[in-house]
Design a binder for this molecule. Sequence first.
Ligand SMILES: Cc1cc2nc3c(=O)[nH]c(=O)nc-3n(C[C@H](O)[C@H](O)[C@H](O)COP(=O)(O)OP(=O)(O)OC[C@H]3O[C@@H](n4cnc5c(N)ncnc54)[C@H](O)[C@@H]3O)c2cc1C
Length: 454
Amino acid sequence: MKPLFDPSLYQFDQAQPSYWEASAGDVNVKGKPLAGAQSCDVAIIGGGYTGLSAALHLARDFNIDVAVLEAGHIGWGASGRNGGFCTMGATKLSLKSQIGRFGIEQTRHFYQSQADAVNLVRSIGKDEDIDFLAQGDGEFMVAESPAHFAELQQAADIERRLLGLKVDLHSREEFAEIGYDAPHQHGAACHRPSFALHPLRYALGLAAAAERRGARIHPHSEVLSWHKQDGMHRLETANGSLIAKQVILTGNGFMPEHLHRGVEGRPLPLQSAIVVTRPMSASELQDKGWHTENPTFNSKHMFFYYRLLADKRFMLGGRANHLGDPEGAEKTFAGLKQSIAQMWPQFADLEYTHQWRGLVCFAMNFRPSIGRMPEDPSVYFAYGYHGTGVNSATWSGRELARWLAGNPSAKDLLPKHLPAIMQGRPPRFPLAFLRRQYLRAGMGFYRLRDYFDI
Ligand SMILES: Cc1cc2nc3c(=O)[nH]c(=O)nc-3n(C[C@H](O)[C@H](O)[C@H](O)COP(=O)(O)OP(=O)(O)OC[C@H]3O[C@@H](n4cnc5c(N)ncnc54)[C@H](O)[C@@H]3O)c2cc1C
């Protein structure tokens, strides 16, 4: 199956012109492209947070011989180009439908795992000495209308009472003091323990840590074909081959669906795009009335995500078009800048220094997925984080490592100890080649809902 979007989104030899690439620091990942015939116990396809976290935990905690094959440089995919929100989410199911379908206990289990996942990122940063420039001490969800604030209040009550989450509510006046003021803000909810980080520094730091613990990391090693022979997996790259007993397949929005029929037609990649301004001085920022370093979302269906970066630049991200072509991307960037000027006129005079885009991954059931392929239980996978992978992909990588290291029986295809919401494969889309069209219709639907505020 061909990649869904425009080829410009799959140029593994080119880095995105992102602010993160320009400020990645000096972490040295030593690994070289795969060359010649090699073997390992566990091969991992994809060098993003899922694959790197799985590699780190397999090598460090279980002393398992593991090798990561990444098509681009380490963190080439979403892990090196996201907004750096280490926040909770990973599903697009509403709280009501989660509780209705899975019950309170499982929903609580899921949200506790999401909070654990945020703490896991912090602790990996500390334990492995990764300088990922942490900022903030919570995530803000800003109400776009008084009715949205009432919904945040209702949700906060359930989140605190039934799910055990830490949530504070701030009136419009309070949020103007601690966050920002603007005609569109009507108060905010703050969820903890979320924070923000530099995503590429985190990905590179994870890779370097995995290497120090004995994992082999191979950038610029796109898996071109995958066969099974005599019970062993054989992964071929341009200059080498890797034989492995087990494979962890990652990829999320960049999932190489053509490599395994067990994943074909199941992910729903969609584009997200980001723009970043020049840095502001402390006094300029004060004059503009911005008081928070917390990662922040607004409460629309087609929401924006925004934050101040460590060197006081303003960053804003949002959804992009359904084609993925460069011309469409330019329009998206222009639209994001226009939205900033409308929502925060005080930022309208700032020049923009960086703009880039990438793919996140949704699924038909709106849930993240961890499992083993029913066609071949020696293949493990995790993907579908619905735009919230900094914590979820890191956590899923660790959980895959623990599960695999426990030698589950071939019949155990589902990680029954994990939250039910995350178990198993998402369904295959009917007429999967039409996924971009489904996306277009879905985005139109949610834009209409935002317009009519329903
Ligand atoms: C613009 C943008 C903003 C985002 N903002 C946030 C945010 O603020 N907070 C948040 O939590 N999440 C955010 N996300 C989502 C988050 O980045 C992802 O959920 C997460 O990085 C997924 O990690 P992953 O390792 O599963 O996949 P990825 O990081 O996408 O890695 C998959 C890797 O697989 C590799 N690959 C593909 N095919 C092959 C092959 N054949 N052989 C070898 N390698 C291959 C790719 O090169 C890629 O590097 C954002 C995503 C984007 C694009």
